[in-house]
Design a protein around this ligand. Structure first.
Ligand code: NAD
Ligand SMILES: CCCCCCC=O
Length: 535
């Protein structure tokens, strides 16, 4: 057996013991994970410093703070999330217990990316633990030092059989992908996303794909350009542009382009000094392959700021490109680096048109003081997340689903969304072995009359307003009284024939032409009853 097969088999066996299921056990694991972040802060930040030149404070701010918040939330809310969730019932199921019971999926494979190696690998793990699963954790090999720390530390804090760490690159990941999992949670680029989905299809394993893409940023003329550019500069150059939701490029009216450039330059200086290379808060490109890729993206576009780099140090200066054309090299792929192209557009209409021509992005940003501009941009486009007048911060809101749409991914997570995504939401209906009379309308022989009643019970909705609800209540009381009466009669006389001449509220269903199902008109009148009670 390969190392990967062994890890999978051990985790599967551990899951089958059932120990990941009790809420108390899940909470212990989450608390242990929390302890890891408190006690091993230095190991974590030292490794990330080597991998991406993130500062100690930066690591806490962008990686572990959010994880601690997610763990706290999961611990606080787990009982509520895992509890049965009662659902609305229809008339047919009124006396039944109908609810959703979240249950663990089983064994989850978590494949992480390198850019926020703790955040994007451990955040799904928090969801997997909270939901009662076992999980194989595969950190990105690209973050060499962090992957090692993760491999060393996780088994010291959480159940190493239920949540093993498997390190390695493409070969190891592919060996993992040949195994059977109950869920695969992948974060990374779309090309590999397709490989993951293909492998998952072999076992009909469901997937979440947290991918990337080109997230647009539209600056309206009507806005505080200085504040907008400060926020965009932060969103773009944090982690040296290697953020899945970084604003990839700016769209703006040509009349404000110069001002935008000046304000971005000013913010770069404010944040990273005159010399970003020596600034502890300015990161590095992950490796020389990506360094070369990003530098080549500048192509023949006009550099308005930065543009220089140092390959030996994987340093690329915060760069702004002006008057960029849609067919420029930098516009053909996700930049994932500190280059900010500006594309002049004639206004909101053109910006929307441009965005809609591309793939659906992971995030879409609009900066404007005009609510109508914001609403139009939201309503006339589609993206994983939508932000007005800020960048990135939606990632930190646990009550928002985080994820892509179309080419930027599928599925979502964070907070309760992680729990739900990594649970099976089992629909449960518990009926008593009583009131059999009510079921007769569905048993053969099928008759138009039975169908009439079935239509009533099945299609009647409760949104009838106050008066309607009162009438419905009265109706239900009469039906219940009738059923009880019938049962009594049945018990004493063993009556199995048509019941006639009782009084009941009856339902008259009128078909409106062209509206088959939605047009049940309920006329309530007391009349001679034709309620069906057949054997
Ligand atoms: N949506 C999100 O939350 C999110 C977060 C971070 C990054 N991203 C996206 O991820 C991308 C950057 O990450 P990356 O893809 O360079 O990360 P990466 O190179 O670390 O790859 C991600 C994972 O895929 C595995 N992998 C790579 N090639 C493989 C192959 N051929 N077969 C099987 N497994 C393979 C790696 O081992 C790794 O664990 C960007 O597009 C970014 O936008 C998205
Ligand atoms: C502000 C932190 C954002 C983390 C985003 C993860 C994707 O790259």
């Amino acid at each position: 057996m390969s190392r990967e097969q062994q890890a999978v088999a051990r985790a599967r066996k551990a899951f089958e013991t059932g120990r990941s299921r009790p809420l108390e056990y899940r909470i212990i694991q989450l608390k242990n994970l929390q302890r890891l972040f408190i006690e091993r802060e230095k190991d974590i930040s030292d490794a990330i410093k080597k991998d991406l030149n993130k500062s100690e404070v930066g690591t806490q701010l962008f990686e572990t703070l959010g994880l601690e918040g997610e763990i706290n939330l999961a611990i606080r809310k787990l009982k509520e999330w895992a509890a049965p969730r009662p659902v609305e019932k229809n008339l047919l199921t009124l006396s039944d217990t109908v609810y959703i019971q979240p249950e663990p999926l089983g064994l989850v494979l978590i494949i992480g990316a390198w850019n926020y190696p703790w955040a994007v690998t451990i955040q799904p793990l928090i969801g997997a633990i909270a939901a009662g699963n076992a999980a194989v954790v595969k950190p990105s090999e690209v973050c060499v030092h962090t992957a090692k720390v993760m491999e060393d530390l996780l088994p010291l804090y959480i159940d190493k059989e239920l949540y093993p760490v498997v390190t390695g690159g493409v070969a190891e990941t592919q060996e993992l992908l040949r195994q059977r999992f109950d869920y695969i949670f992948y974060t990374g680029n779309g090309t590999v996303g397709k490989v993951i989905m293909e492998a998952a299809a072999k076992h009909l394993t469901p997937v979440t794909l947290e991918l990337g893409g080109k997230s647009p940023c539209y600056i309206d003329k009507n806005c505080d350009i200085s504040i907008a550019c400060r926020r965009i500069t932060w969103g773009k150059y944090t982690n040296c542009g290697q953020t899945c939701i970084a604003p990839d490029y700016i769209l703006c009216d040509p009349s404000i382009q110069d001002r935008v450039i000046e304000e971005v330059k000013k913010s770069i200086k404010d944040f990273y000094t005159e010399n970003p290379k020596t600034c502890p808060d300015y990161g590095r490109i992950i490796n020389q392959r990506h360094f070369k890729r990003i530098m080549a993206l500048v192509g023949d576009s006009t550099v308005a700021a930065g543009g220089d780099g140092d390959e030996s140090d994987c340093f690329i200066a915060p760069t702004v490109l002006r008057d960029v054309k849609p067919d420029a090299k930098v516009m053909q792929e996700e930049i994932f680096g500190p280059i900010l192209p500006i594309l002049p557009v004639s206004g909101l209409d053109e910006a929307i048109k441009f965005i809609n021509k591309g793939e659906k992005p992971l995030a879409l940003y609009v900066f404007s003081a005009d609510e109508k501009v914001i609403s139009r941009m939201r309503d006339e486009t589609s993206s994983g997340g939508f932000l007005a007048n800020d960048c990135l911060v939606h990632f930190s809101v646990s009550s928002l689903p985080f994820g892509g749409v179309g080419n930027s991914g599928m599925g979502c997570y964070h907070g309760k969304f992680s729990f739900d995504q990594l649970s099976h939401l089992r629909g449960c209906l518990i009926k008593k072995l009583k009131m059999e009379g009510v079921n007769n309308m569905r048993y053969p022989p099928h008759t138009p009359k039975k169908l009439g009643w079935a239509r009533f019970f099945f299609l009647t909705t409760f949104d009838l307003g106050w008066a309607g609800r009162m009438l419905l209540l009265a109706l239900m009381a009469v039906v219940a009284a009738f059923v009880l009466q019938v049962r009594e009669t049945q018990d004493s006389d063993r009556l199995r024939s048509r019941v006639k001449n009782s009084y009941l509220i009856s339902v008259d269903q009128t078909q409106q032409p062209g509206c088959r199902n939605s047009s049940v008109v309920i006329k309530i009148k007391v009349l001679h009853m034709h309620f069906i009670y057949l054997h």
